[in-house]
Design a protein around this ligand. Structure first.
Ligand SMILES: Cc1ncc(COP(=O)(O)O)c(C=O)c1O
Length: 437
């Protein structure tokens, strides 16, 4: 055995002192804490891959517009609960330009990040029809969304899509939908953490079944246009960001400013509700909320109750970003494609040292390189691998925390710096030597 870059005792003592019983279930914040403390004690730099925070500067177009809005005095006034009209207009254009879907501007509603978008959507969907009281997650996924349901006291079901891609997806979805209890179906595309992307056929399956069983699809596009296998960033020109919106009218698209525009700090996004769903009257919603249709319950009841709208100046930023992207003045993909380049290099290093990619394919195609990917090591459980890698100064979270049933870790590329590829190479060479397959 070669000595590990960080003494085992340091990591083990820290894990114990934090009271983490099972490292497989450690939260992002716990992993981060162990890494930060071990780094301080050992003096060895950690390669930090646990956090899903953008590691790039915020898009300048947005910052400039926001500063101007503030200087012009926007901070003093409450935003319109439906949203800043220019943002609504530009969001509707953006959806047309990059997804090729028509949604009226009234259905494009600003939110304090997709986080608030899903919270308000869960409230609206779960109250729409009595008896339809359960949300279905196509996992793996973003754990906080389940926490939101826990906070609301709304039930959920989940399955790991790993074994149900392609033709197998329909029957699996139907086994939940046919109970009549599912009000909403949630997934992210590209997927956090696996970076799988649903194929057109899979989206068609989801859309068709959502219509058949009258469930609402909440399509989480937090990683908009970040399937870097294709350039999805030329406005009003194919290829477009794939979406379920082509296959059902029961949809809400959650578009976040956080990753595509590195605007996470301002908590800004839009929820785009299909025209039909926006105007639909659900008797149970109408009874509870003065006869309002779905879209107005979402904005004038849920969002109003939560935060009375979305930060005014941040709406100006997003409006400017959407406009510049639609007009072809700002190519946002150019700013963020570095995540894909990092993933490519990191995957190559891991795989050369006996690791494998857990979610490795979209049916017959290798997955894209992007913000996240998943790794496993032969013969090791998630918890063993996560802990072992800590001894080598590499921190990542276990897939189990994301609703995945696979043994492995989620790796995030956002904080990787150029000098760390050599570090990783060196450390993984020792790892492979110490852990023969
Ligand atoms: C899948 C997914 N959805 C939503 C979010 C949250 O987005 P926002 O920052 O817009 O609230 C994230 C953030 O990491 C995410 O990974």
């Amino acid at each position: 055995m070669k000595p590990t870059p960080i003494k085992k005792e340091i990591v083990d003592t820290l894990i114990e002192s934090l009271g983490i019983k099972d490292f497989a279930k450690a939260t992002i914040r716990e992993v981060k804490q162990v890494a930060a403390k071990a780094e301080k004690e050992s003096g060895v730099e950690y390669i930090k891959m646990e956090m899903g925070i953008p590691g790039l500067p915020a898009a300048k177009v947005g910052v400039d517009a926001q500063i101007k809005a503030l200087q012009d005095g926007i901070a003093h006034s409450y935003p319109d609960i439906q949203g800043y009209p220019e943002l609504k207009k530009q969001a509707s254009r953006f959806v047309k330009a990059f997804i090729n879907v028509d949604i009226a501007s009234e259905g494009c509603v600003p939110v304090c990040g997709s986080m608030q978008g899903t919270f308000a959507s869960f409230l609206t969907c779960s109250q729409a029809t009595k008896g339809k009281d359960t949300v279905l997650f196509i996992d793996p996924g973003f754990p906080v969304q389940k926490m939101q349901l826990q906070v609301q006291g709304v039930k959920y079901e989940t399955f790991d899509v790993y074994d149900f891609r392609g033709d197998k997806l329909g029957a699996k979805l139907e086994s939940y939908l046919s109970t009549g209890k599912i009000c909403a179906i949630v997934y992210s595309n590209p997927n956090n953490p696996a970076w799988i992307c649903m194929t057109e056929q899979e989206l068609q399956t989801i859309g068709t079944l959502a219509t058949k069983y009258d469930a609402i699809v909440m399509e989480d596009l937090a990683y908009f246009a970040m399937d870097f296998r294709q350039d999805l960033s030329t406005p009003f020109q194919a290829p477009y960001q794939p979406t379920v919106a082509h296959y059902t009218d029961n949809y809400m698209l959650l578009i976040s400013g956080s990753k595509a525009f590195s605007y996470a700090g301002e908590r800004i996004g839009v929820v785009c509700i299909s025209d039909k769903l926006f105007h639909r009257h659900f008797p149970d919603l109408a009874n509870r909320y003065e006869g309002l249709p779905f879209g107005l319950v979402f904005s004038t009841r849920m969002l109003y109750a939560l935060s009375s709208g979305t930060s005014h100046s941040a709406q100006y930023a997003l409006a400017a970003l959407f406009r510049a992207a639609c007009d072809g003045e700002y190519r946002f993909r150019d700013d963020i494609k570095v995540y894909g380049e990092r993933a490519h290099k990191l995957k190559e290093i891991f795989c050369r040292h006996n690791f494998y990619i857990v979610y490795d394919k979209d049916l017959d195609k290798p997955i894209a390189d992007g913000f996240y990917f998943t790794i496993g090591y032969p013969g090791m459980t998630s918890g063993e691998l996560a802990r072992e890698l800590m001894y080598y100064g590499v921190s990542a979270i276990c897939l189990i925390t994301t609703g995945s049933h696979q043994e492995g870790l989620r790796v995030c590329t956002s904080f990787i710096e150029d000098h760390q590829y050599d570090q990783l190479e060196e450390r993984m060479a020792i790892f492979a030597e110490n852990n023969p397959r």
